[in-house]
Each structure stands twice: as C-alpha cells, then as structure tokens.
Design a protein around this ligand. Structure first.
Ligand SMILES: [Zn+2]
Length: 319
C-alpha cells in the first residue's frame, strides 16, 4: 500500500520570497503551502500563517529582510491546519477570516488539526509549539476592505470551492491576487472538504478580476495575466474532470473503490505529475462521491477516518 497521505514525503523544500509589486510579496515553497505578504505604510499583512510557529518564524525572517514594520494583520484564506496553526508567531493584532471559516474552525478545527498532523509529518515536525486553535478576531460575511495606510486591500469570500469559507485577498491597484487553495499551480487541488458543484463558478469570479499576478495555494507564483488565468483554468479543469468522472461512475452504480480506481487511471496521465497527487486523490474522490450522492456538506475527516479511507482506496486495484 502507498504511504499514507504525505507521510512518505521527507524532502525539504526551498522557500522563495519574491517581490511581485510595490509592497506585494509571494512566499512560495516548491509545492508546500504558500503565504503572501503585503507591506503597507504602517504595518504588514500576512496571508496564511503556515503550519507551526517555527515555520511562521521562517516567514518572519524573510519579511525582516524587506521591512521592520510591525506585522499587524494575519488573514486566513480558509481553516486548514497547515495554513492557520502558525498564527501565534506573528504577534499580530488582528486575525481575519470569513464567517464560514470561523464556523468550520468551531465545528471541525480540532479534528482537522489531528488529521493534518498525521497527513503532513514533515510540516508539523514542531507541532508541540502550537498553542491551540487559531481564532479569528475579525470576521466578515462576503467582503471587507482593510487600508494599510494608502494601500487598499480587498478581502472577500467569492463563493465555496476548496472549502465552505474560501477567502481571497486582492490588491486592486497592483492587480495581485492571493487565492489560497482555490487555485493551485503544478500541485494537485485537495478537495476532501470541497464543494465540487460550486468551485468552477467561484473560479470564474477570480478570473473576472483579471489578475496580473497570482499567488496560488501551492506552486510557484504566476507573474503574468496569461499565466494567472492558465492556473485558474488548470484548477477548474482538474476539479471538473474529476467530478464528471465520479458522477459517471456513481450513476453507473459503481462503489467508491471502483470509482476511485477508474478516476485515478483516467486522471493520472494528465495530472499525476502534480505534487501531492497520490495524497489528494483518495480524499478528492471520497468527497466528490458523497456530493454526487447528495451529501451537501463535507463529512468531517478525523485521524481515524483518514486511515480507514486510505486502507479502502489505496490498496492495489484488482488486476
Ligand atoms: Zn486547504
């Protein structure tokens, strides 16, 4: 059986801290979860906090190479542990999230934490330093604007996709988009908590912004309008093809394992080289199979359910 989730992934990734525009930075990590940094007149905003305080301190060190202004804002693009549990290290005054993200932290934050630590041992090596769940201090329903001095930062929930509460950060003047896991580039979209029916139309709203630069949830930053749209479109294609395949299998009366094997076979040639493909696909097919069967909201993943599902799906297909 394949190693569970990312347990077989032990190779260190190299971080790149790149300037995309005046005061707008991407912190990308060769397919590990990315963060964004926005430097305003009076302080710094971090978009996605990283998995642990120790990983967060690496980002703080990078920020200190370009500014000594205080880190005042942390924005959470969604509730996943690998992006939120480092938040304490910034000493920020405000942690911003959507109402729907707060709901998810309340409802399943603890289960998700236990699950993700088990899925990503390399990222959570220093997990004992996490002081607890990350609680937003400011929430919004659909949108809010934060002014970092003269700079305007638009924060919004463009619809459901990767999770119920997905949030994007948009710099309207520079046309830089921080998409969180709604968009991936060269990395497989994780969709275990997704809304497959909604994700494509949410992505259409991102494309309509016409970003000139885009920091995806995972993968390199895109630094042209064409590349940004291509990343959005690549994510849409993966999500749509996967869901179509699952719906076809389910309509034919196939059980989950058979649907997984078929979808894995069909998607591997096009997407198998994207990072965390083998990790994500069982979760993605499990959730989309539920959604195709009318289960409106993703069922909560626990450390136990993770392993059970893996045993059921990642064993070799019958030959
Ligand atoms: Zn995520």
């Amino acid at each position: 059986m394949k190693a569970f989730a990312s347990q077989g992934d032990v190779s260190e990734k190299k971080a790149t801290f790149a300037k995309l525009g005046e005061g707008a930075y991407a912190y990308t990590t060769e397919g590990d979860p990315n963060s964004g940094v926005i430097v305003g007149d009076d302080g710094v905003m971090v978009v996605d906090a990283r998995a642990t305080p120790s990983l967060a301190r690496e980002l703080v060190d990078a920020i200190r190479t370009v500014t000594d202004k205080p880190i005042r804002w942390v924005v959470l693009t969604h509730y996943h542990a690998v992006r939120v549990l480092g938040a304490s290290a910034y000493g920020a005054e405000h942690v911003v999230a959507s109402e729907a993200t707060l709901d998810l932290i309340r409802e399943r934050g603890a289960e998700d934490w236990a699950s993700e630590v088990q899925r990503f041992p390399r990222l959570f090596r220093a997990a004992e330093a996490v002081p607890g769940l990350t609680w937003p201090t400011i929430t919004f329903e659909t949108r809010m604007t934060i002014r970092l001095g003269k700079r305007e930062v638009q924060i919004s929930h463009p619809g459901r996709g990767h999770t119920k509460g997905d949030t994007i950060v948009w710099l309207p003047e520079e046309r830089v988009l921080y998409s969180g896991d709604l968009v991936e580039y060269g990395a497989t979209p994780y969709a275990g908590d997704a809304y497959f029916g909604d994700w494509p139309s949410t992505l259409a709203r991102l494309a309509a912004l016409k970003p000139e630069k885009l920091v995806p949830g995972r993968g390199d930053a895109l630094v042209t309008a064409e590349a940004s749209l291509a990343a959005i479109e690549g994510t849409r294609r993966f999500v749509s093809e996967l869901y179509e395949g699952v719906k076809r299998g389910r309509a034919a009366g196939h059980a989950l394992k058979r649907v997984f094997d078929d979808v894995h076979r069909d998607l591997s040639p096009r997407y198998g080289r994207w990072v965390i493909f083998e990790h994500c696909l069982p979760f993605d097919v499990s959730r989309s199979y539920d959604e195709a069967g009318g289960i409106a909201d993703p069922r909560i993943w626990t450390a136990e359910r993770d392993l059970e599902m893996w045993r059921d799906l990642q064993s070799a297909p019958p030959s």
